[in-house]
Design a protein around this ligand. Structure first.
Ligand code: HEM
Length: 212
């Protein structure tokens, strides 16, 4: 992909990722946040965090299944947007739900399991965001960096539990998100097993002539 095409693509992704915030701002300005605006804003930001997380995780399975690798160049941008949405989602909880009442927040984290796993998910996203720069990839080395960034799958599982545990009975969207995540994880796992088997076959093939 040419440099110009890459810049254009990234600009489109920037606009698309900022769109949910623009729509939220518009709905706030026109008084269209429903009967419980705080809950509406929290849930809106939570939903977009999860969608962006799923999109980030989907890029490698897309390459594995269809051999299309250019979307991988968007992984860092999408991941950082997912992190930014998660921070906004968390800020509403700190500022509006608890207004810096630390005792209340700690009690909430300990008492409610969906808050506990949400907090864990956000915490695990921090090292991924911090190490997302090229300089950090060089500093850590490719293999260690890739190992660290597999944490995004753990974050996905925690986010799925967060949503499943907080949702009221009868909602199907938490199950849809969990199913999409399971499918993406399944593809990654299948690919990892396939590669390991191929590597073993190559190693054996390399040894055989020596044995002969
Ligand atoms: C990667 C991190 C996170 C993701 C992906 C995420 C995702 C979500 C989603 C999808 C929802 C439900 C939206 C809906 O009902 O339509 C939600 C709601 C919520 N989340 Fe998170 N969340 C994350 C982190 C956190 C953290 C760190 C906190 C606070 C410590 C938090 C607190 C809440 C609260 C209070 C709700 C609203 C629950 C209610 O409606 O009563 N989330 N989140």
């Amino acid at each position: 992909m040419s440099r110009r095409a890459r810049i254009l693509l990234k600009s489109v992704v920037w606009i698309l990722c900022l769109l949910p915030l623009v729509v939220l701002g518009y709905r706030a300005a026109t008084g269209d946040l429903g009967a419980n605006p705080i809950s509406f804003v929290t849930n809106w930001l939570g939903q977009w965090t999860f969608r962006l997380l799923l999109l980030t995780v989907a890029l490698t399975p897309i390459r594995v299944l269809f051999g299309i690798s250019w979307p991988i160049s968007l992984r860092r941008l999408l991941g950082l947007f997912a992190f930014s949405y998660a921070c906004l989602h968390f800020s509403i909880w700190i500022l509006v739900d608890h207004f810096f009442n630390w005792d209340q927040m700690i009690a909430d984290i300990v008492k409610r399991r969906y808050i506990t796993v949400g907090m864990l998910a956000l915490t695990l996203l921090v090292p991924l965001a911090v190490t997302s720069t090229n300089a950090m990839v060089r500093r850590l080395g490719g293999a260690a960096w890739r190992r660290l960034h597999r944490l995004v799958y753990v974050v996905g599982v925690l986010a799925a539990l967060h949503f499943l545990w907080l949702a009221k009975k009868g909602r199907i969207d938490p199950y849809v998100y969990a199913a999409i995540l399971s499918l993406l994880l399944g593809i990654r796992l299948w690919d990892a097993v396939r590669r390991a088997l191929r590597k073993r076959r190559h190693e054996q093939a390399a040894k055989e002539p020596a044995l002969a």
